[in-house]
Write a protein that binds this ligand. Structure first.
Ligand code: KMH
Ligand code: ZN
Length: 270
């Protein structure tokens, strides 16, 4: 089996220190957390930025500052978010693409997101995909619901994606596709041949989805963006314990962990 790529989603845009005191909430903390995760075994950092007051921001200067701080210490694949936070405009969301990172997230469809709606109309998908293609930024296609796979195929048919496509199957967002082995298998089966994929289980499904992905030969995303608990009733004391646990389990299963450079090869990054 291919080595396991671990993605750490260290902060996201939805949570605050009221949810967990272990959330990194300013550029320094986010960079430190990203490097600690990288040293623990994460090859990819799914990056959201926060300003000095802890608010989510898509400001390219703040992203640049965080990325520079990360690069002082380690060299993970940086995957900036183009999802940003609910309610941000398309223009706001696109800003970190100006930095030409190695990767960026690309959610391929609109979906209920808890009590909100995460809006991703077709025109925006095509725009984001074409900017990424032009700037040679590898998209991670985020799939929150089954119909989104068809949207990815639509983008591919329009020539806006460069196969092999990398997918992240996000399961368990309230309002979207629930996390179950059956749903994961269904999605994996729907992907184009030669695709690579990871799974991001939300909340308590993070660990079971990640371990299922390990068994199936996929890759896994963990981190506080998706889940703040280590186990029921016990907050994770940062992102590192979540990464380290996956590394330990993978070791027990005999699945080696991909370094950032090995992940670059797996993903076909230049
Ligand atoms: N913050 C969510 C609304 C992404 O990063 O591309 C969307 C999100 C997906 O986190
Ligand atoms: Zn995100």
């Amino acid at each position: 089996m291919e080595k396991l790529m671990i993605t750490a989603a260290v902060v996201g845009a939805e949570l605050s220190r009221d949810d967990t005191p272990y959330l990194p909430t300013n550029p320094d903390e986010i960079a430190r957390e990203a490097c600690d995760c990288c040293e623990a075994g994460a090859a990819v950092i799914h990056l959201h930025a926060r300003d000095g007051s802890g608010n989510p921001t898509q400001n390219a200067k703040i992203y640049r500052d965080i990325i520079a701080k990360i690069k002082e210490r380690c060299n993970p694949i940086i995957q900036v978010s183009t999802g940003g936070a609910i309610g941000m405009t398309a223009k706001e969301r696109m800003q970190p693409l100006d930095l030409k990172p190695e990767m960026a997230s690309l959610t391929v469809g609109s979906v209920n997101f808890g009590n909100d709606v995460f809006l991703n109309p077709p025109e925006l998908l095509a725009k984001l995909a074409s900017i990424m293609k032009e700037r040679r930024i590898k998209p991670e296609i985020e799939i929150f619901d089954a119909g989104m796979v068809a949207n990815a195929l639509w983008l591919n048919k329009k020539g806006l994606l460069i196969p092999p496509i990398h997918f992240d199957l996000v399961l368990g967002v309230p309002g979207a596709l629930p996390a179950s082995v059956r749903n994961l298998l269904f999605l994996v089966d729907s992907l184009p041949k030669y695709s690579t994929w990871s799974v991001a289980g939300i909340g308590r499904s993070q660990l079971p989805m990640a371990t299922t992905a390990m068994i199936l030969g996929g890759h896994a995303r963990v981190g506080l963006e998706d889940n703040i608990y280590y186990r029921e009733g016990q907050l994770a004391e940062g992102n590192v314990p979540l990464v380290k646990r996956l590394v330990r389990i993978a070791g027990e299963m005999g699945r080696e962990i991909a370094t950032p450079d090995e992940a670059r090869e797996i993903l076909g990054l230049g």
